[in-house]
Write a protein that binds this ligand. Sequence first.
Ligand code: SF4
Length: 458
Amino acid sequence: MYRFYISNITNDYHYAELARVFLSDDEFEVIGIDTPEKSLKLRDGSYLINRSGSDDREAIKREFYHLLSTLTGRSSGWGTLTGVRPLKLAYEMLDEAGGVDGMEKLLSERYLLSSDKISLLREIIDYQTSYSDGDPSSKTGLYIGIPFCPTRCEYCAFASNVAPESDIEKYFCNLLEEIRFTGKLCRDHRTVIESVYVGGGTPTTLNADQLSRLITAVKEEFLVDPEKIEFTIEAGRPDTITAEKLSVMHSLGVNRISINPQSMKDETLDRIGRDHTADDIRRGYKLAADYDFKVINADLIAGLPGEDLDDFRATLDEILSLGANNITVHTLSVKRGSRLRENDPEYYRRDTDTVSEMVSYARQKLGEAGFVPYYIYRQKHQMGALENVGYCIPGNHSIYNIRIMEEKQTIIALGAGGIGKVYYPDEDRLERIANVSNYRIYNERFDEMLERKKGYYI
Ligand code: SF4
């Protein structure tokens, strides 16, 4: 067990997070001390960081990073960064330095980012800047959660339930009422919706009639014209996709869908608890090709249990051939609340070199295929402390995904598990407004869920 004494820190959270990039929880302890006491006796495995008592947090983190790297013989491309929004920091550095070269220097010297990660951030900034859609704070995003799936994936920590149709219909009726209630609030306040994102769960767990009622209600209540804005519905699980549902979505103006393979290997799909085969994914893409959705996104995961580099390559190569024009490459994250975490909490620490190779392969292969990275985020307990990156053929990005990460826009969230945020531009501050995540409790406390919506306009 390592003991890291760090002087002159008020909160050990960020330092412990950095230690977790290199060590598991039972391998270290971070102990904040007021001043570097001379009487402090360091036993074997104990280290004193910030001996001078500096209050420069980034300098302390750099010293700690170098120590961790020396002790473990490993490094992290993200240097001292442990937050989930590296791009946000890059934009702040761009402002501070007044130019891209200065930004790169700060990311390298202050935060120890590798040149590879810096060039990834730079590419994303270049793309986002070239597709800038005006002041994000002048418009609002709308999220709607459908917390049902055909089965629960091994790594899932979302609001997702396997539920009987009667439960789904009861939830759905309340959701429609929440849409009507919030739509009126938005109309009264002349809110302009920039994008609609129906996620979950798997929205296409709803039947074609429910999907039709949902889309129609959103269009009418929020004055949404899908000809003019991005309207996404996740059709994540191919076993929920039918020609009828695709036809309803397309005819009512949905212009972006997701069909998420995660892997094209049957053995893996079975292992992670998805009750469908790779052939179902192929069938889903084939069906979707009959409709002219502007964007079809495919989510992939690098680091799935039992997969090697060849498996990941085969999945990515096939997805490219199926015609997705937006591909999000996730690195497996072992989240609280997932079965994977319960069964194997340290899974994310193993074979991280292979996962790095998968991520590198994706970047190279997608680049060759004309894709560019356009948004990025990181998660806790992510394999190799890597990242999730959204790639698209230029022009086929998701503005909703960009807005969620840049945190400069109000996002109204409806349905169980919906976490909305109000953005206050004058203070550059967000305030969270959340619904409960359990759909039964959402039904039980429905009046309270409606009442919470008024918080968007206080
Ligand atoms: S499809 Fe997504 S939301 Fe549904 S169980 Fe799997 S990870 Fe969870």
